[in-house]
Design a protein around this ligand. Structure first.
Ligand code: ZN
Length: 281
């Protein structure tokens, strides 16, 4: 198995929304906010060469929405999905599987595009790929509740099904490929999927929105976006204890600086052990 970090660029989100009930006086120590209270976040995907499959985990925000939409998110950085894939030695057409942890726009917007920017010509970014969600999350995303409606954008989601590229992960056996299993969590959104696999003697978990950044390791640091924050608390505690005891490497999708981290038990609870880039493994 080979891994490649696929950076798709940075965006900004309100620091208060990202840290929920935690006051700014605390979170700004690790995540300084700009004059609009916004903090910078990565959209860091992961490419997995697994036998004859080339699996991309998530795909960034894409570019289909209008200027008003993007004016809220301050997209920046040199990297794009396509450039990063090219740098890893691959093209868009090489992707066989796009595994989507969940269908919020910053995780799946890059998978569908408009040819020449024309909304009348919708096409799949990875035309040879299956796009993987799961039945429960698909229902949740296509009939969204009022709170998450603004995160589940039809133009990102429905074309996967219309094109025939959509496939569903079987959550009964929680195995995506022979080498990649799936952890599901329901606090952030219903049936978010986190891929877990072995690499160079380490267990790696793509932490997605269960643990967006190292700033979210202490238990109360739960995103305001989460639909079931009390459940996130439980899921995070269980997961982080397991991660500490079994020395998991956590791959961080949204951390502005750190690709990976490990965690450790302390008397105050689970805390950051160390941060590193994937290439250091
Ligand atoms: Zn999300």
């Amino acid at each position: 198995m080979n891994l490649h970090v696929i950076n798709t660029g940075f965006f900004k989100l309100d620091g208060g929304a990202m840290f929920g009930v935690v006051p700014k006086t605390l979170w700004q120590r690790t995540n300084p906010a700009d004059e609009n209270n916004l903090c910078t976040w990565a959209m860091r995907c992961l490419l997995i060469e697994d036998g004859d499959r080339l699996i991309l985990i998530d795909n960034g925000i894409g570019d289909k929405q209008d200027a008003k939409f993007f004016s809220h998110y301050y997209l920046h950085g040199e990297d794009t999905l396509e450039k990063s894939l090219n740098r890893a030695g691959f093209s868009l057409d090489d992707i066989t599987d796009n595994f989507l942890t969940h269908l919020h726009f910053d995780h799946c917007g890059g998978g569908v595009r408009y040819r020449n920017g024309d909304p009348a010509h919708v096409e799949m970014t990875f035309k040879n790929a299956k796009y993987w969600s799961n039945e429960a999350h698909w229902q949740w995303a296509t009939q969204p509740n009022a709170r998450e409606k603004a995160s589940f954008l039809k133009e990102n989601i429905l074309p996967m099904q219309e094109s025939g590229n959509l496939a569903m992960v079987d959550l009964q056996n929680k195995q995506f490929t022979e080498h990649i299993s799936v952890i599901t969590v329901d606090g952030h959104t219903d049936k978010q999927m986190l891929p877990k696999f072995q690499y160079k003697g380490h267990t790696i978990v793509y932490a997605a929105d269960l643990l967006p950044s190292v700033g979210h390791i202490p238990l109360p640091y739960v995103m305001g976006y989460d639909t079931r924050p009390l459940l996130t608390l439980e899921e995070k505690q269980r997961f982080l204890e397991e991660a500490a005891d079994q020395r998991y490497v956590l791959f961080l999708e949204h951390d502005g600086e750190n690709e990976c981290c490990t965690v450790t038990r302390t008397e105050k609870g689970i805390r950051l052990d160390r941060t590193f880039s994937l290439s250091e493994l």
